[in-house]
Design a protein around this ligand. Sequence first.
Ligand SMILES: [Zn+2]
Length: 166
Amino acid sequence: MSHQPVIDGLEFARTGLAFQGTWPVSAFLRLCELLRTEDGTLHYELRGVPEKQGRLGLKLKVDGALQLVCQRCLGALELALRIDVSLQLAATQAEVDAEPLTAEGPERIVAGREMPVRDLVEDEVLLALPLAPRHERCAGGQAQALQDEEKSPFAVLRGLVSGSKH
Ligand SMILES: [Zn+2]
């Protein structure tokens, strides 16, 4: 694994720099704790947004797929990531706290002289993850239930009755 790229946030924005890259999902340690497997890669594009309306900022795009666990059937669930966010840079945390956050407004972060790009990407990916990922339809579980029913409706009934006693 090559060294981790860092940016000087305000300078990067001011000069409108841009770069992109690809990381294996396994490089994101915090993220991996939430995944079923560490397969795949994430591609990112980071662009500096020069001063407009008095605000320096960053545009970050992340594309890729993550292997999650469905919280209903515990089966594999692939999440297609399409992140496209604007981040406003503030010089200090006090500046960030001074303005109330709005749902529509861009996220604000404190600019640093050495901002690790991988952490920026990972923060946004973590924010984009659903709290409780679920299939729209848990195919595996439902198909299994149907098969059981076809074999023996009484088995299912017995299950219901004995289940209700406890
Ligand atoms: Zn499921």
